[in-house]
Design a protein around this ligand. Structure first.
Ligand code: ADP
Ligand code: MG
Length: 309
């Protein structure tokens, strides 16, 4: 089956004053239908730029971008508006971007349906079904302000799914939530993926949230990190003594390190080169807002992707 998303050498440059800022420098990746993929990376890496391109909110400067057989570069006007309305759903970190404050949860969910020409009866019925699916049918008549942050994001997910999109794009949907609400939201995404056959691309800062996906990709300085699940015969194997033979691509990244730090984390094992100059800071700062010191690179050995049903 053809991949749902095909991204080939996608470049995005913004004009800023009199120069160009290259936010994405040749992104290559594919996603199969029904897959859930997380993208992690520091602020400014280009994560939102990539989601905006996939969501038809912006156009690439160069490259090829196909979603469900449609070349997004060729979509214009009505077709593009239709793509945004029916084929893709967005959830943002910022709740005020997801929900209108003066409408109830139910009327937030019915709004995209109204724009798509769904009849009032159908709208009410489908919206209640969706609110039920996100566990909030009892909050249908509340306005966003009466809901907790986690509940608001769950309504936002129902809004994003209003017109039964094939692709759900979520840009740091748990960024403003506490750990427990964040876990609930990402678990809900997984449930909905099964239920509606969704394909989900999730951008996050949070490694624990990211680890719920089948694959985790890293985006740094506009370039995607290696996805180790695609290495086939070269993918690392461990012998009985616990020795791991790393693929050359990974070894070359660790080669100039005098030590390799090994960190066990919920989502897998992290190998991090430690050079003489290394200040032994934790992994956390790598993924936070500040750009990392130039020499630090890292490689993930991840759990095997979960087998999909
Ligand atoms: N509309 C825009 N105009 C100019 N520069 C932008 C615009 N959007 C993003 N950028 C720049 O592109 C880079 C990537 O931004 P973004 O995609 O928002 O990264 P992330 O979501 O990973 O934080 C940053 O340097 C940012 O300042
Ligand atoms: Mg962003």
């Amino acid at each position: 089956m053809a991949p749902l998303i095909i991204c080939k050498q996608v470049v995005k440059a913004y004009k800023v004053d009199d120069h160009e800022l290259v936010a994405l420098r040749g992104i290559d990746f594919e996603m199969q239908k029904g897959e859930m993929v997380s993208i992690i990376g520091p602020s400014g890496a280009g994560k939102s730029s990539l989601l905006n391109l996939l969501g038809g909110l912006d156009t690439p400067t160069a490259g090829q971008l196909t979603v469900d057989g449609q070349n997004l570069l060729n979509l214009r006007g009505r077709k593009l508006a239709d793509y945004r309305l029916r084929q893709v759903g967005f959830v943002w970190q910022n709740v005020s971007r997801n929900l209108l404050p003066n409408r109830s949860a139910l009327r937030n969910v019915t709004l995209p349906m109204m724009m798509a020409g769904v009849s009032p009866f159908q709208r009410g019925k489908l919206a209640m079904e969706l609110l039920d699916a996100v566990g909030l049918s009892d909050k249908a008549h509340q306005r966003p302000a009466a809901l907790s942050g986690g509940q608001q994001q769950r309504v936002a997910i129902a809004v994003a799914l209003a017109n039964k999109p094939i692709l759900l794009l979520a840009d740091e949907p748990t960024g403003a939530l506490d750990r427990q609400s964040a876990a609930q939201v990402v678990e809900l995404l997984q449930t909905l993926r099964q239920r509606y056959g969704l394909t989900i691309l999730l951008v996050t800062h949070d490694l624990e949230v990211a680890a719920h996906a089948d694959r985790v990709l890293t985006l740094r300085d506009g370039a995607l990190g290696q996805d180790m699940s695609k290495y086939g015969d070269e993918s690392p194997r461990m012998d009985d003594a616990g020795s791991i033979k790393l693929p050359e691509t990974v070894r070359s990244r660790l080669a100039d390190a005098s030590h390799i730090a090994v960190e066990i984390r919920p989502e897998g094992v992290l190998l991090r080169p430690e050079t003489e100059a290394d200040d032994s800071a934790g992994m956390g700062d790598l993924l936070m807002d500040a750009p990392p010191p130039p020499k630090r690179r890292f490689a993930w050995l991840r759990r095997k992707p979960k087998v999909q049903s």
